[in-house]
Design a protein. Structure first.
Length: 634
């Protein structure tokens, strides 16, 4: 056979093999093959790697840290909730309107009385009050060369809608202790006084146990996080930055994504901890329509309210597109970590497996041994498929994945919009001269404020032109006013926008702090650990808990995720790139009949005794681990 014919045959074989591989990968029967082949190549470790749970033996040097009683932790939270620290939007500076903020003086005094070891004259901890009500605590370490650990929470809570008071099982600021359901009820129990008290209790207890840190510990508590943090967290962050400088903190942990139990539908019944490594941006937009007033007996075809309704209808008819980009990786990792749970729909599981293979095919660093472990169809695809074909495959896999997600799950990945406020008119027989709607956007990690703003120009310009309205968008005149104009549309910022946060490292050499955090989470939560209970209301102590390394063998899995809401952390980004948003919770069933996560910011907010205790335990474990380890090299 001639050399030319031989090479022709080889080419045809390669071409046919590639075609077969592509066809096979796209077939409806690929699921079982994908599962089998991925498991044979370490698929689970590839998409959801886990670190060992942290062993504090060396860090504690044989010392035992006595735990706080459940009774004390529960009572503290109950008392804290009784102090109503509600904050509304756009409150004036506390220097200009001190009466509006007086509850925070009451709360600060309660903290002083409740944590005497931290506040006594001989305490090693220094307390600073920043801009009237911001609280900053510093526990100096013995080694000033080590970057400090920064733990955060906020003192304020969202308002309670007075129209919903009858729907509350227990009054929102009662702090009711419910022994039957092992729960504390009230506004702020979860968001986020349980975590504020968790950090304070951890430090108080370590002082009481005679523990001394090498690495300084900072506790920072803003007081207007629910209205953007401009008075509290912003001022505290500026103070710390002026004092410490850029990149001066080892790790920052604030409120955030939770520990999901098997009863939480958000994780499809898969127990998992999901510290957020990035955070969506935020943009609040006010859309105002102005038109001529007059007597309502002589109305135009559309009043300003009617014109605004047309605009709202068009905005909601043009949502931001469902999309996945490289910046979506942390949230995709979360879905990959739970994909094999029995409650995951098979179509979603198949889509996740296909997405993983499509992502692998784009990699250029697979070793020969890794390639050899792949099925022959995938090896052929990897060796001979063009880059453009691989990219098309990835886009197709992403599209298939998005199609099988619920609308709620897709919202975690995309830029969202919600028309939350609307107002207009002053009297039933007077034409409204103005009507306003406020739209809240949570900006996807792959997008930006600018891209979100530009969508208003794209969507509203044709509509305003059709309706004969002038149009001004974020200070720029898009359609000029004229004598024939039926009115004007003005689009402006309702509040200061917040850009998407940079992703904290969660893989590779720079992810030591995330790995250390993950190891502490796995040290703290075990699937085979029983619920912490306080059943005797007259008991004030509890027995020492068993050694987890002897008793409990099933640590919770950990995955990075994306924070869909916003936190005070964006004010601190100059201090560290290792910012994690995590909310200690419980792996046990909510006994109230409500889901804890579903009551945040709404009726019947509550938290279980177990979650209260685990919060203190987690922060204690974290302080000890970060104090002993070098997070960068973990």
């Amino acid at each position: 056979m001639s050399t030319g014919k031989l090479w022709t045959r080889i080419f045809l074989i390669v071409l046919l093999s590639t075609y077969v591989a592509v066809t096979y990968l796209r077939s409806e029967t690929r699921s079982s093959w994908l599962v089998e082949s991925l498991s044979s190549t370490g698929g689970d470790d590839y998409v959801c790697p886990q670190v060992a749970e942290y062993d504090p033996t060396r860090a504690l040097h044989g010392r035992k840290i006595n735990e706080i009683s459940i009774a004390k932790s529960v009572k503290r939270l109950s008392e804290a909730v009784r102090v109503d620290t509600t904050v509304g939007d756009n409150w004036e500076d506390p220097n200009e309107s001190p009466e509006q903020w007086k509850a925070f003086d009451t709360f600060a005094n309660w903290i002083k009385q409740s944590f005497p070891k931290i506040h006594d004259l001989g305490s090693p901890v220094k307390r600073e009050v920043i801009h009237k009500h911001g609280l900053l605590y510093t526990w100096p370490g013995s080694d000033s060369s080590l970057k400090p650990l920064l733990l955060m929470a906020h003192q304020d809570v969202v308002p309670v809608d007075q129209a919903t008071l009858k729907e509350w099982v227990h009054k929102p600021f009662s702090g009711h202790i419910d022994f039957e359901n092992q729960t504390v009820w009230g506004r702020g129990t979860v968001d986020c006084k349980v975590w504020l008290l968790g950090t304070m209790s951890a430090v108080e207890n370590l002082i009481e146990n005679g523990w001394q840190p090498r690495r300084s510990i900072l506790l920072a508590y803003g007081y207007d996080e629910e209205s953007s943090g401009v008075h509290g967290a912003k001022r505290i962050a500026q103070h710390l930055h002026q004092k410490l400088g850029d990149d001066s903190v080892a790790m920052l942990v604030d409120e955030g994504m939770p520990v999901y139990s098997k009863y939480d539908i958000e994780a499809f019944g898969s127990p998992i901890a999901a510290p957020a490594v990035d955070e969506k941006g935020s943009l609040d937009v006010e859309v105002e329509v102005r038109s001529k007033g007059g007597h309502s007996s002589m109305p135009p075809p559309h009043t300003s309210i009617g014109l605004l309704a047309e605009i709202v209808t068009v905005l909601e008819a043009h949502p931001f597109p469902d999309k996945i980009q490289a910046e979506s990786e942390s949230q995709i990792r979360f879905f990959q970590c739970i994909r094999d749970h029995p409650l995951i729909p098979s179509v979603l599981r198949d889509a996740l497996y296909e997405l993983e293979y499509a992502e692998r095919s784009l990699r250029s660093d697979l070793s020969e041994s890794q390639l050899a472990s792949l099925p022959w169809q995938e090896r052929m695809y990897y060796r001979f498929a063009s880059q453009s074909l691989r990219k098309r495959r990835l886009n197709a896999a992403r599209g298939s994945f998005l199609k099988v997600l619920s609308p709620e799950a897709r919202s975690l990945l995309k830029t969202t919009q919600a028309v939350d406020l609307i107002q207009g008119g002053v009297k039933v027989n007077a034409l409204p001269e103005s009507a306003k709607a406020t739209v809240n956007h949570r900006i996807a990690t792959y997008s930006s404020i600018n891209e979100t703003q530009n969508r208003y120009k794209e969507v509203l310009t044709p509509l305003a032109n059709k309706m004969g309205l002038s149009l001004e968008i974020f200070g720029k005149e898009i359609l000029s006013p004229s004598k024939e104009a039926r009115g004007a549309v003005v689009v402006r910022h309702a509040h200061a926008p917040l850009e998407v946060a940079e992703t904290s490292p969660f893989k590779g050499k720079s992810a030591g702090p995330f790995r250390l955090l993950s190891s502490v989470i796995r040290q703290t939560w075990h699937l085979d650990e029983p619920r912490k209970r306080w059943t005797d209301k007259h008991a004030s102590s509890q027995q020492q808990q068993p050694d987890k390394f002897k008793e409990f063998k099933d640590p919770v899995r950990v995955s990075p995720s994306t924070m869909f809401a916003n936190t005070d952390t964006h004010w601190y980004k100059k201090l560290t790139s290792n910012i994690f948003r995590f909310g200690p919770a419980t792996l046990h069933k909510d006994l109230t009949g409500f889901t804890m996560l579903k009551t945040i910011h709404t009726v019947n907010e509550h938290v279980s005794f177990d979650a209260i205790v685990k919060s203190v335990e987690f922060y204690t474990n974290l302080i000890i681990a970060v104090d002993y380890e070098d997070p960068d090299n973990f």
